[in-house]
Design a binder for this molecule. Structure first.
Ligand code: ZN
Length: 417
């Protein structure tokens, strides 16, 4: 029997390793975000799938290893963390996109039975096996672009049966890919047609039935609510998140995408791990975030695709707060699965420095999933999740040369995938 336990791999001839932490932090805030530690002409050692050590190729004695892999002058970056995706969906919504290009708004499309409800109708009727295959392919594409930790939400089922179907698919993906997968129950993404005009009844239904079914099957790691104008109110959101807490599910929240609607305050009150979107925030929300453990998360793919304001990243970082970025990969408002593109949008559209946006898609993103002890940087003992690139001076050049995949190879727990 072959034991891989204790397997040591030595990666040599690395031009630069970026995102090294000798004194690991749980998150980076304010001015700390503009720093990325790198070493050059280096080797990297992994042991049993975790980072074990690194050093200079000029060292006279390289460490002993079971396998030596020359990376032939490539650069190494920590695996990217995509903390917010809706990658399980039935069909693209490119027809709606064209409607919008002709002048219809997101809310008008939703009112006309499009949007999330359109996705839900298609997903409910779709065969589970086929939906799994489609979704798995999307996840593999994300991984090929350097994402080694991926969060997956339900929220296109909006019935117990279909939400469970989505979460089962997410769990099956988790089993069959090498990346780290976390799942989120988002039954409160929209009100399904059978509860039309009875929003409180749907909230009660989620609390009394769906949450129990989800937790019985152990299918979710977190609960999320779309708290915004036309979706769920702050009061309903708090009720939902408090119920989730009773089932041991920590909170994440979609907040302040469509207006200043109280989402940030609810996130703080519920002790949410993250508040995502935040396109519309002011001084009050900043103050509220400052007094909480909530990670603010911007989703620039959504702003780009919907042509809505970007999350004021500068205001958040300059206030001394941490900040993370995610793709929000979904068919309606952010059909992008490439975190390198999110990195670039963070810079060019949100005025983040390349290093700040890098930290926003690595360590801080890991923190938003409370995975900072195993992911988000190259630190001894963390999972050896990393990717290689031919692109020199990668921290600046990857987001600069936007729109292409810079990943040469992607490694999860020390193994090339
Ligand atoms: Zn979302």
């Amino acid at each position: 029997m072959l034991f891989l336990q204790g397997m040591r791999k030595l990666f040599t001839d690395i031009r630069s390793i970026h995102g090294i932490e000798t004194d690991p932090k749980s998150l980076l805030k304010g001015t700390e975000m503009s720093r990325v530690d790198s070493i050059h002409d280096a080797w990297l050692l992994t042991d049993n799938g975790n980072f074990a050590d690194w050093g200079s190729m000029q060292d006279s004695n390289l460490p002993k290893a079971d396998e030596i892999i020359s990376l032939q002058g490539l650069e190494v970056l920590p695996g990217l963390v995509d903390s917010h995706t809706h990658c399980i969906f039935a069909e693209p919504r490119s027809t709606e996109w064209e409607m919008r290009l002709k002048g219809a708004t997101y809310e008008e499309i939703a009112a006309a039975g499009g949007g999330i409800l359109n996705s839900a109708a298609k997903l409910r009727s779709m065969d589970e096996e086929w939906l799994y295959e489609k979704s798995l392919n999307r996840v593999l594409t994300m991984i090929a672009h350097g994402s080694t930790t991926i969060e997956i939400k339900s929220g296109y089922g909006l019935s117990t049966e279909s939400e469970l179907k989505m979460l089962r698919i997410a769990r099956r993906i988790k089993k069959n890919v090498k990346a780290t997968i976390k799942t989120t129950f988002l039954g409160a993404h929209a009100v399904p047609p059978e509860f039309n005009g009875r929003q409180d009844d749907y909230v009660a239904h989620i609390i009394n039935q769906m949450l129990q079914a989800v937790s019985e099957d152990g299918l979710a790691d977190h609960m999320d609510v779309f708290c915004d104008r036309g979706f769920f109110t702050p009061e309903q959101t708090l009720q939902l998140l408090e119920a989730a807490a009773r089932y041991g599910l920590p909170a994440k929240i979609h907040a302040n995408e469509l207006g200043i609607t109280g989402g940030v305050q609810v996130a703080a009150q519920a002790g949410a791990w993250s508040a995502d979107h935040l396109e519309h925030i002011g001084a009050e929300e900043i103050e509220c975030l400052r007094n909480s453990e909530v990670m603010p998360v911007g989703l620039p793919g959504t702003s780009y695709f919907l042509d809505i304001p970007y999350t004021p990243a500068r205001m958040i970082i300059d206030a001394g707060l941490p900040f993370a970025l995610a793709s929000d990969f979904n068919p309606g408002s952010s059909p992008v699965c490439n975190m390198q593109m999110i990195w670039s949008l963070g810079c060019s559209r949100m005025k983040m420095l390349p290093a700040e946006a890098f930290n926003a898609i690595t360590l801080n993103a890991a923190r938003s999933l409370r995975l900072e002890n195993t992911a988000g940087s190259i630190a001894i003992g963390k999972q050896a999740d990393f990717w290689t690139t031919e692109t020199g001076n990668a921290v600046q050049s990857v987001p600069y040369f936007f729109g292409v995949n810079h990943a040469n190879a992607v490694y999860c727990k020390g193994t090339k995938v």
